[in-house]
Design a protein around this ligand. Sequence first.
Ligand code: PEP
Ligand code: MG
Length: 538
Amino acid sequence: MTRYHGKCVFSGVAKGQIKVIENAMASAMQVRAENAKAEWQLLINAKAEADKQLRELFAKTKQEVGEELANIIDVQRLMLIDGDLNDCIEALIKDESLTATEAVRRAGKEFSEIFTALGDPYMKARSADVIDVTNRLLAQLSGIGDLHELFSNTIIVAEDLMPSQTLTLDRAKISAFVLRKGSSNSHTAILARSLGIPCLAHSDIPIDKALEGKAAIVDSEEGILYVEPDEISSFEADKKIERINLEKKSLEEMCDKETITKSGKKIALYANIGEADDIPAVLRNGAEGIGLFRSEFLYLCKNNYPTENELFRAYRKALEAMDGKHVIARTLDIGADKTANYFNLESEENPALGLRGIRVCIENEQVFRTQLRAIYRASAYGNIAIMFPMISSVWEVEYCKEQVAKVQAELKNEGIEAGEVKLGIMIETPAAAMISDSLAKEVDFFSVGTNDLTQYTLAVDRQSSKIDRFYDPHHPAILKMLAIIAENASRNGIWAGICGELAADPKLTKTFIDMGYKELSVSPSYIPGLRKLIREMA
Ligand code: PEP
Ligand code: MG
């Protein structure tokens, strides 16, 4: 038995088999190659694997539906071996010193655009082939290409994972995450929490394929990963799993109770979600609404922009499942660690300070309008509100409201029914906190994003594992800002809530309620415990 150590991101105990994902995060983030030869080799390996997969797919398709359709697969395989796309990828690595991932991404974008621009249906289909084949290569390069082989109870071991990569995993089969890097505030950590999957970050486990398939136990309560555990550790883990299940069971009675203090203060205890599929957990844990629907997750695991209808269906599904309860849809908060290739966001020196959040929507009016139309159309099916992320100035809110008015007028003209939709903003920049008095006059509610508010106030990159200890959401500066925000909301007659991870911190629940916060939105699994705590408060 070998022990490795890490920092608890989500507490729990899980048993399973290890799956090692190599170079996932590094290849996803880096643009310039440090070692061109190594990138070349990565490309060769990825091409060989993609070639093998496409040959197998060709044979299967030929057998099942005939040679004519199978030839489509062969077109993709040939694109990889020779031809302009392949030449372009190779030139970008050799001549421009790009990483293999960045070269495939850029070449894929360039060629798919060229084919689409040619207009005729045959060429458009070739554009789809380019996207398909380059995505296959990117999956290989990121190390997540063979994850269809996941066994149930998989313990994922990786350097770090991008949110888009985490979303593509079959989450029903994952019992724990162990990351060498990773910070407690990254979106992958947030995803692990919202799925209720034990997670360790900053771990000392090597990213070594020799660990693949080995039995392991993650005890994130203790910050330990046991590889090939002995009988005693295995027995202890079983006991802990039983205890955790009993604790969960004892909180079940909290699920349909009111969230109210002994003195009668009611708090809306809402859930954070990334997609409509998260709703069973929301309902199981007794959330009174959805306080943060991270709409960008609907974009992250796709190869192209979701259509208005796709977005509409996702919101409608959430509203119908919530059956009249409040659903707050945050508009796209893409950028920084949440990226999708098709947005073609340029690499930036400081992505957290770059084109992200509402700025992406202001720069891409059409993308913004598509979302707003989808949300307004869905509003006929339930109680939906919109909130805008990463606001720092009043003019940005004015811009959002102008777009909303245009969309409302457009839908009315088209005879499409829409319900009433309240408008709110996230307060997650120090600027927004400091001008919250003016911002409150523009909107119906505030929701504080403490994850980013902490990052921007303390000047600590929330993604960086190296400086995790400097990331302190309890810092007096954050608590002062939280008090100012609640005060300005109340003075202007609007409500304020918190939807960052801090909202789930039981040490601060009383402080938040005393400050005047009316809503706390947290990962579903935290709801029963928080409700119990609030009900026991004076
Ligand atoms: C936040 O910043 O606190 C927040 C809720 O948004 P996200 O974590 O998605 O950036
Ligand atoms: Mg945020």
